[in-house]
Design a protein around this ligand. Structure first.
Ligand code: NI
Length: 204
């Protein structure tokens, strides 16, 4: 109960900060009209070392050279995560050939204890053979969530087989310099993401 309350409060604080920031950003930058916000100053990741779903090391340098859409979730999530990955799959199919070639899709696990690279691999590929998964120790994961503006709470009683991890539902856009560029807020649809992504990329 307490944990839920803390998470809700954290989300409210994040939302308030987001609203404040987005009004500020739009005044400064005439930011495009998207469901979310473009950062006035793209944000670099602190150096991190995760593992991708093929078992290879993955660092902030691996985000360079293409656009990346990041979703922070976990494979045991009963509803929102599979829905978002299904939206990603539709979105990918809506992009132009160039857009598809220049965009990568990632599920970043907020449940590293259960989401092994193998498990992530099977999971993301169920939605699309080119989707990627990232997992790693909490201290590394936290470097991604901090820059991406994502939140999660792993419960204390992870001995239970069916524990759930509360997590935010934003989609984070990383630019080809490997910096956090924009955040799209839920609820997500493929149409909304396609429109917003196209606008943001066109202005880069
Ligand atoms: Ni989820």
């Amino acid at each position: 109960m307490m944990r839920k309350l803390i998470f809700v409060l954290a989300c409210l604080v994040a939302l308030a900060a987001g609203a404040w920031l987005s009004s500020w950003v739009q005044q400064r930058n005439a930011s495009p009209d998207i469901q979310g916000m473009v950062l006035s100053e793209p944000r670099a990741f602190e150096s991190f070392r995760m593992t991708d779903d093929a078992g290879a090391a993955f660092t902030e340098a691996d985000f360079q050279g293409h656009w990346s859409l990041l979703y922070f979730g976990f494979t045991y999530c009963p509803d929102i995560c599979p829905m978002t990955l299904a939206v990603f799959s539709q979105l990918k199919n809506m992009l132009s050939d160039t857009g598809r070639a220049n965009t990568r899709f990632y599920l970043v696990s907020v449940d590293p204890a259960r989401d092994t690279p193998e498990r992530l691999h099977d999971y993301v590929r169920f939605f699309d053979p080119e989707f990627r998964g990232l997992t790693g120790p909490v201290r590394e994961l936290d470097k991604l969530t901090a820059a991406a503006g994502a939140l999660y709470v792993i419960p204390g009683d992870t001995d239970r087989e069916d524990y759930l991890v509360d997590h935010s539902s934003t989609v984070t856009l990383v630019n080809p310099e490997g910096k956090v560029h924009a955040v799209f807020t839920a609820p997500h649809t493929a149409e909304q993401l396609a429109r917003d992504l196209t606008q943001v990329v066109a202005r880069w």
